[in-house]
Design a protein around this ligand. Structure first.
Ligand SMILES: [Fe+2]
Ligand SMILES: [Fe+2]
Length: 272
């Protein structure tokens, strides 16, 4: 069954630094790579991995090279879209040898997995923390939805439109998400939207579209709904998301958030 791993918000910083002075994001990504490699040996084959934005913290060439060095240990090919912490042209140059990377314009691509199509869109507005889908993004989406012909689609963006309740994050969400969701609502087949940016696992239903935000392998955004709370990071356990097509009991795509790290066990529930 087709499947992929979603990594998000890896926030790699230059060698010798911690993100925000607190978070060893390179160590967290290394641990995530080890976690994924370990589960690969006991799961049905996985096609690839994707990174849904904020690959780096400052969008520098050195950070992308550091990310690529860590990701080279992953036993899967991977593709990526930018987030608000990325720099589109630096990212393009870093992955110029990859067939999914466009030569110019938004960093967007689609992949046909057979049972579903993954459409990955670029919502980066350079120099801003909020997201917007540009006219080329809508045109790419329209063409990809047309090509999918009613088959299930998964639309990936860095910025979600759904709200998290964390005010500082929600004001920097996908500002024109309503126009995107309107198109997805009009699509003739099943649709999901998957995103990052919030560093927390959350799911909601908007109309007929199931929307899910992925965790980061590193720090999380502190969960607080208080209007006066300072937007903060917290070292909650990191995670990666396995997206796996299932034929039964009905065809559909299941998500499974896998915590990053090594844990005691497994032990048989009962001794033989
Ligand atoms: Fe992020
Ligand atoms: Fe972000």
């Amino acid at each position: 069954m087709p499947s992929f791993i979603q990594l998000s918000d890896t926030h790699i910083v230059p060698e010798g630094q911690l993100a925000y002075g607190k978070s060893d994001t390179a160590a967290a990504l290394s641990e995530a790579v080890e976690t994924v490699n370990a589960v690969l040996s006991r799961l049905d084959p996985i096609d690839c991995a994707i990174i849904t934005g904020d690959l780096t913290d400052f969008g520098t060439r050195a950070e992308y090279e550091r990310l690529k060095g860590i990701m080279s240990r992953l036993n899967l090919p991977y593709m990526a879209i930018p987030g608000n912490h990325d720099s589109r042209e630096v990212m393009r140059a870093a992955f110029a040898d990859q067939d999914w990377m466009p030569d110019s314009g938004p960093i967007q691509w689609s992949r046909d997995f057979g049972d579903f199509t993954l459409i990955a869109l670029d919502t980066l507005v350079e120099g801003q923390h909020h997201g917007m889908l540009c006219p080329e993004g809508f045109a790419f989406l329209d063409a990809a939805l047309g090509a999918a012909q009613g088959q299930p689609v998964v639309v990936a963006t860095h910025h979600p439109w759904m709200h998290s309740g964390v005010i500082a994050m929600d004001i920097n969400n996908l500002r024109n998400g309503a126009a995107l969701l309107e198109r997805l609502e009009a699509y003739s087949g099943p649709v999901r939207m998957i995103s990052g940016h919030v560093h927390r696992t959350m799911t909601t239903q908007i109309g007929r579209v199931t929307c899910q935000i992925a965790p980061a392998p590193c720090h999380a955004v502190h969960l607080s709904h208080m209007p006066d709370s300072v937007n903060s990071l917290i070292m909650e356990p990191g995670g990666v998301t396995l997206w796996q097509w299932q034929d039964s009991p009905q065809p559909g795509l299941a998500s499974n958030v896998i915590p990053v790290g090594r844990f005691a066990g497994p032990w048989p529930f009962y001794e033989a």
